[in-house]
Design a protein around this ligand. Structure first.
Ligand SMILES: Cc1cc2nc3c(=O)[nH]c(=O)nc-3n(C[C@H](O)[C@H](O)[C@H](O)COP(=O)(O)OP(=O)(O)OC[C@H]3O[C@@H](n4cnc5c(N)ncnc54)[C@H](O)[C@@H]3O)c2cc1C
Ligand SMILES: Cc1ncc(C[n+]2csc(CCOP(=O)(O)OP(=O)(O)O)c2C)c(N)n1
Ligand SMILES: [Mg+2]
Length: 595
C-alpha cells in the first residue's frame, strides 16, 4: 500500500513528539504507546477512558496527539474507520477494558467487513490477575479474533513499541483491516527502553501467491482483445490501491464501460461517458442487464458480494471472468474465474496496460445506451414536482448544490441506496458507508472521523431516522470538538428498508418497523445545534444553502414520503436480471397515483 499517506503524517525528524525517537530512552509503557503512535504519524485518536487504560490517559498530555472524547466506544471505532476511509491512512480508537472494549466490537467488525485499516488500543487488567475474572476483565483478543485481521495481548512494556509498529503495518498492508492491541495495566506502568527505529517491523512480505506471471497477463490481454461485450468492475480495491488512473486508462484505451460496486463509487468519475453506475441489488437496471449479457467481466478490487451477484448459478453465465484481487482467499470464492491476477490492483494494471491495445467498443456501448432510455424516463427525479418530498429529490439536490465535491457519510437503509443512486460521486473517498456489515448508527461517528481527516472538506451525514437514533449521542462530541458537520436525516417514520422487505415479501405486515422519533430539530437544539424541518421539495434548496453557510454544525430533518421504496430491487437469491421495477406503466401515471 505504498501510495497511502496519512493526511496528518508528522515529520519524524522535526516533531517534538518524536524527541523520544532519536535515542533509546527509558519510558513507561504508556509513554511508549503514545510515542510510537506519534512516530507512526498519528495526530488524532478517538476514545473513552476507564480504569484499565488510565495510565495511558495520564501520559497523553505529554504528546501532541489530539484525543477526541466520544460518547460511546462504538463511536470511537466508527470515527477511526471514517478517518481511515477519508484519509487513506490508519485510524486509531482507544477504550478501557471490559465494557469499553466490547463496545468497540461492532465498529471493528464494520471495518473488517469493508477492509478498513484501524488500530484499536484497549487497556486490560494487570497481568497478575488476567484470567481471574477480575473487575472489568474480558478476553477481548478472544472476542475479536474473528473480526480483526490480527490482534495482540501485550503484558510487557518492552514489547509495546514493536507490537504497535507491527499493528500499523498489518492494518495497512496487503488487504487492509482492523488490528487490536490489548495492553495490561502493569505493562502501561512498567519502564522499558524505547527505541522507535529498533522496533521497526520487518518489511512487509506479500503472500507468496501474490505474483502475476506473464502467462496470466497475456491470457487476460487476449480475453480483452477478443471480447465483444466486456464490462470492467471497479470495486473498493480501486481506492485502496490508488488505481483510479489505471482503471481509467484501461477503460478509455479499450473503450470498455465501467460498473461500480457500492464501495467502489467515486473510484471512477460518475460523469465519465464510460461510467455505467452501480451494479447489484439496487444497481441500475441497465448495469445489471449489461452484466448478464456481457461476454467478459474484468473485476478489479471487488469481492463478488451476494448483494452484487444475486443468484450465483445464473450470474453472468455468458461471460469469461478476469479477477484482479490482492487477497488470494477471495479468488474463486463466490464466482469461478477464468484468469486470476493476484496482486495489488495498481501494480497489476500497470503490468497489464501495455498489453492492451485500442478496441472499437461502439456497438456494445450503443446497445447499453439504448437500454438506458426507457429506464431514465421512469426515474422519479425526472417527474414533475407533485408536492411530495422524495428522498431521491433530496439526494439529487444535495449533489447538485455541493457540486459533488462534499464527503457524504451515509448510514444504512433506503437512504443509503438513494444516496448511491442520486448523488453522483466524481472523486475517490467522497462516499463513506458501511457496505459489508451494513451497520446502522455508522454515519454520525464516521463523519466525525472523516472531518478530522479532512478538516477543509465539506462533510455531510445522510442518515435514516432509525440509524440516526442509534448513535445520536455523538452530537455532543461534535459540539465539544467544535467541528462543522451538516446532518441530513431522511425521516420516513419507518425502519424503511425493512418496511420495504415487509411490503414486498411479507404481505405488508409492518411488524416493528413504524418508528416514533424525537423531534430531531429539538434534539439538535438541546445540543446547541441549529436545525430545520423540510417538508417540500421547494424548501430543499434554501435549507441546504442555510446549512452550508452556517458556521457550525446544522441539522436538516427531511420529512420524506413515508412508504416509498428503492427501485430497482433484486429480491435476495434471485437472478441479476429479475429486478422489481418501480410500478406503473407510464411514469406520469405514477405521479397521479401518488397524489
Ligand atoms: C442495504 C445495503 C444494500 C446494498 N446493496 C448493494 C448494491 O446494490 N450493490 C453493491 O455493489 N453493493 C451493495 N451493498 C454493499 C455490499 O454489501 C458490499 O459491501 C459491496 O458490494 C462490496 O464492494 P467491494 O467488493 O467493491 O468492496 P469490499 O467488500 O471492500 O472488497 C474489496 C475487495 O478488494 C480487494 N482489495 C483491497 N485492496 C486491494 C488492492 N490494493 N489490490 C487489489 N485488490 C484489493 C479486497 O481484498 C476485497 O476483496 C449493499 C449494502 C447494504 C448495507
Ligand atoms: C445495527 C443494525 N440493526 C439492524 C439492521 C437491519 N436494518 C437494515 S436497514 C434497517 C432500517 C433502517 O431504517 P432507517 O435508519 O430509518 O433508514 P431507512 O431505511 O428508513 O432509510 C434495519 C433495521 C442493521 N442494518 N443494523
Ligand atoms: Mg427511516
Amino acid at each position: 500500500m505504498g501510495t497511502k499517506t496519512n493526511a496528518n503524517t508528522l515529520n519524524a525528524n522535526d516533531s517534538q513528539a518524536n524527541a523520544h525517537l532519536n535515542a533509546p530512552t527509558p519510558l513507561t509503557g504508556s509513554e511508549i504507546l503514545w510515542a510510537t503512535l506519534a512516530g507512526e504519524g498519528v495526530t488524532t485518536v478517538f476514545g473513552y477512558p476507564g480504569g484499565a487504560i488510565l495510565p495511558a490517559y495520564d501520559a497523553l498530555r505529554k504528546f501532541p496527539i489530539r484525543h477526541v472524547l466520544v460518547r460511546h466506544e462504538q463511536g470511537a471505532a466508527h470515527m477511526a474507520d471514517g478517518y481511515a476511509r477519508a484519509s487513506g491512512g490508519v485510524g486509531v480508537a482507544v477504550a478501557t477494558s471490559g465494557p469499553g472494549a466490547t463496545n468497540l466490537v461492532t465498529g471493528i467488525a464494520t471495518a473488517m467487513l469493508d477492509s478498513i485499516p484501524i488500530v484499536c488500543i484497549t487497556g486490560n487488567v494487570s497481568s497478575k490477575v488476567l484470567g481471574t475474572d477480575a473487575f472489568q476483565e474480558i478476553d477481548i483478543t478472544g472476542i475479536t479474533l474473528p473480526v480483526t485481521k490480527h490482534n495482540f495481548l501485550v503484558n510487557k512494556a518492552e514489547d509495546l513499541a514493536q507490537v504497535l509498529r507491527q499493528a500499523f503495518q498489518i492494518a495497512k498492508s496487503g488487504r487492509p483491516g482492523p488490528v487490536l492491541v490489548d495492553i495490561t495495566k502493569d505493562a502501561q506502568q512498567a519502564l522499558a527502553t524505547f527505541d522507535f527505529e529498533a522496533a521497526k517491523p520487518r518489511p512487509y512480505r506479500p503472500h507468496p501467491m501474490l505474483h502475476v506471471g506473464d502467462t496470466e497477463l497475456t491470457q487476460a490481454a487476449e480475453l480483452i482483445r477478443n471480447s465483444k461485450r466486456p464490462v470492467i468492475f471497479a470495486g473498493h480495491g480501486v481506492m485502496e490501491s490508488g488505481a483510479m488512473e489505471q482503471i481509467r486508462a484501461l477503460a478509455e484505451r479499450a473503450q470498455i464501460p465501467v460498473a461500480l460496486t457500492l464501495l467502489g463509487l467515486g473510484g471512477f468519475p460518475a460523469s465519465h461517458p464510460l461510467n455505467l453506475g452501480m451494479m447489484g441489488m439496487h444497481g441500475e437496471a441497465w448495469v445489471n442487464d449489461a452484466i448478464q449479457e456481457a461476454d467478459l467481466l474484468i473485476a478489479c478490487g471487488m469481492r463478488f458480494d451476494d448483494r452484487v451477484t444475486g443468484k450465483l448459478s445464473s450470474y453472468a453465465t455468458k461471460a469469461k471472468k478476469i479477477h484482479i484481487e490482492v487477497d488470494p482467499a477471495e479468488v474463486n470464492k463466490n464466482v469461478k474465474v477464468d484468469v486470476a491476477l493476484v496482486g495489488d490492483l495498481r501494480e497489476v494494471l500497470e503490468s497489464l496496460l501495455p498489453r492492451v491495445s485500442g478496441r472499437d467498443g461502439s456497438a456494445w456501448l450503443k446497445t447499453i445506451d439504448a437500454s438506458k432510455g426507457a429506464v431514465s424516463v421512469r426515474d422519479i427525479k425526472n417527474l414533475p414536482d407533485s408536492g411530495h418530498l422524495y428522498a431521491a429529490h433530496v439526494m439529487h439536490d444535495l449533489w447538485r448544490m455541493t457540486g459533488g465535491d462534499a464527503i457524504i457519510v451515509t448510514d444504512v437503509g433506503q437512504h443509503q441506496m438513494w444516496e448511491a443512486q442520486y448523488f453522483r460521486h466524481e472523486k475517490p473517498r467522497t462516499l463513506i458507508t458501511s457496505g459489508g456489515l451494513g451497520t446502522m448508527g455508522y454515519a454520525l461517528p464516521a463523519a466525525i472521523g472523516a472531518k478530522f481527516a479532512c478538516p477543509q472538506k465539506e462533510v455531510w451525514v445522510v442518515a435514516g431516522d432509525g440509524g440516526f437514533q442509534m448513535t445520536a449521542a455523538e452530537l455532543a462530541t461534535i459540539v465539544q470538538e467544535k467541528i462543522k458537520i451538516n446532518i441530513a436525516v431522511i425521516n420516513n417514520g419507518y425502519l424503511g428498508m425493512v418496511r420495504q422487505w415487509q411490503e414486498f415479501f411479507y404481505e405488508s405486515n409492518y411488524e416493528a418497523t413504524p418508528l416514533v422519533s424525537p423531534d430531531f430539530v429539538k434534539l439538535a437544539d438541546a445540543h446547541g445545534i441549529p436545525g430545520r424541518a423540510v417538508r417540500k421539495r421547494a424548501e430543499v434548496e434554501d435549507a441546504v444553502k442555510t446549512a452550508r453557510s452556517t458556521d457550525g454544525p446544522f441539522l436538516l430533518n427531511f420529512l420524506v414520503e413515508k412508504e416509498d421504496s428503492v427501485y430497482p430491487m433484486i429480491p435476495a437469491g434471485s437472478a441479476l436480471h429479475e429486478m422489481i421495477r418501480r410500478p406503473g406503466k407510464d411514469p406520469l401515471e405514477e405521479t397521479a397515483e401518488d397524489e
